[in-house]
Design a protein around this ligand. Structure first.
Ligand SMILES: C[S@@+](CC[C@H](N)C(=O)[O-])C[C@H]1O[C@@H](n2cnc3c(N)ncnc32)[C@H](O)[C@@H]1O
Length: 425
């Protein structure tokens, strides 16, 4: 019910809702309130009793219009809704309820100063607001309500999943979405989305939902109840990530100098401790020794990653072939050459498990590209789940198994990973 049926009609018969109407899944009628006046001037409004600005829509044309509509809806579960800034704020839950409980919705659009209160008292079942602001008329609010409710009607969207995974459906915001091309203006699509592993994509998306909701809508996040064990674990992960230093400064990398050695050894010592705590038999002997880092620095193969002024991570990247990579089992290297080897990498305690680890890998890739390498290889212990997940997230592919000789007396088995750099700018 509106004074502007053409405007509303045009909008609600466009695109998805328009197609659904054509198919007969929905029926949307925009009714002119003015057609139901009982005066010659077809006047719908009048001055407010008691004085004041503006005019108020009269009860009579509204009631006559509503009666005419209701006469065509006998037997249907109907609901009369007045769109009003004084109503209950509209949410996805309201949309779900209206779709679930009713077959016929009458949306009454006010105008001017509003509508005669007696019409609301007598005829309206519910008042809905689009938000805490005032519009000139109820049309925009009515279109929003109609759109949000109608898209939930079976058959309107291609699949139920089109709306069940979206923002507000289960108390969270949606994860970020990407489409072609893979790299746009230097910005890459997160590699996990290109791998085709749907379990990992699902996990990544759910975690992003939790992170986004926490960041943007603390009210929703506080009210969110985890659906299952996986949600509980992801929530813990998101909470832990909050304790880490946020990346507010530029992240850069540079060749390490002798003066960086103390910090590098401190970062390596922390990595060693963490690996031990996780039962990973990697870096548990002498390796990597101070002498090894000194030699890396001298050869120009050791780099530090800085966050602002702070040294936050290091990596050792070499252009020389690695002997223990020559024999690979249960798989093979891609054969892309020239290839670099990422020997060692670790991030400082306060950055562990956060965005900096990804940035550190990206720095290593950029350095490899700067050297003209087309491929990057590395290895890790199979129990080093954090590193394996990080590598996979960054687009490294598992290539097979290796035996290394650098840590005598410890488990020499390693998993081989490789990333092809040639396609990236
Ligand atoms: C200018 S408003 C009237 C506002 C009214 N005088 C008040 O202060 O509550 C005119 C019409 O716009 C519609 N409207 C304005 N803001 C709205 C909102 N936030 N949500 C839904 N409808 C709204 C209502 O139908 C209302 O009758």
């Amino acid at each position: 019910m509106t004074l502007f049926p053409e405007t509303v009609n045009a909008f609600l018969h466009e695109s998805i809702l328009g197609r659904a109407s054509k198919k007969g899944i929905l029926e949307i009628n925009c009714v002119q309130i003015r057609d139901y006046t009982e005066n010659k001037q077809r006047q719908v409004d009048d001055y407010p009793y008691g004085g004041g600005w503006g005019c108020v829509l009269m009860a009579q044309p509204l009631k006559s219009c509503l009666d005419s509509i209701m006469s065509t809806a006998s037997g249907l579960r109907s609901r009369v809704i007045y769109l009003s800034p004084q109503g209950t704020p509209f949410t996805q839950e309201t949309a779900k309820r209206l779709k679930r409980d009713y077959e016929h919705l009458v949306l009454v659009c006010g105008h001017y100063e509003g509508v005669d209160e007696r019409f609301i008292e007598q005829c309206v079942d519910e008042e809905i607001s689009l938000g805490d602001f005032v519009l000139t008329g109820g049309e925009i609010a009515a279109m929003a309500v109609a759109d949000a409710v109608c898209r939930l009607v079976p058959g309107v969207l291609a699949d139920e999943q089109c709306y069940t995974g979206e923002s507000h459906w289960d108390g969270l915001l949606e994860y970020p979405q990407y489409t072609r091309p893979e790299v746009w203006e230097g910005r890459e699509v997160p590699p996990v989305l290109l791998e085709g592993n749907h379990d990992r994509i699902g996990l990544w998306r759910r975690q992003k939902q939790l992170e986004r909701t926490r960041e943007r809508r603390p009210d929703m996040y506080a009210a969110f109840v985890p659906a299952d064990k996986q949600d509980q674990e992801l929530l813990r992960r998101v909470e832990r990530a909050q304790d880490r230093v946020r990346l507010t400064e530029p992240v850069r990398w540079r060749p390490a100098e002798e003066s960086d050695l103390t910090r590098i050894l401190e970062i390596a010592a922390y990595a060693r401790k963490t690996l031990r705590a996780h039962g990973v038999d990697q870096w548990q002997g002498e390796y990597p020794t101070e002498a090894a880092f000194r030699a890396d620095i001298r050869r120009g193969e050791c780099f530090v990653v800085t966050h602002g002024e702070e040294t936050a991570a290091f990596f050792v990247l070499s252009r020389l072939p690695e002997e223990s990579y020559e024999e690979i089992r249960d798989g093979k290297w891609s054969g892309v050459e020239p290839c670099g080897v990422l020997h060692r990498a670790a991030v400082a305690a306060e950055y562990r498990g956060g965005e900096l680890s990804h940035r550190m890998l990206r720095c290593a890739e950029e350095q490899a590209r700067a050297w003209g390498l087309r491929c990057l290889r590395t290895d890790t212990h199979k129990k080093n789940k954090a590193m394996r997940a990080l590598l996979q997230d960054a687009g490294f592919r598992y290539r097979g198994n290796l035996t290394i000789s650098t840590e005598p007396g410890h488990d020499p088995a390693r998993q081989a990973y490789e990333k092809n750099l040639k396609d990236r700018a």
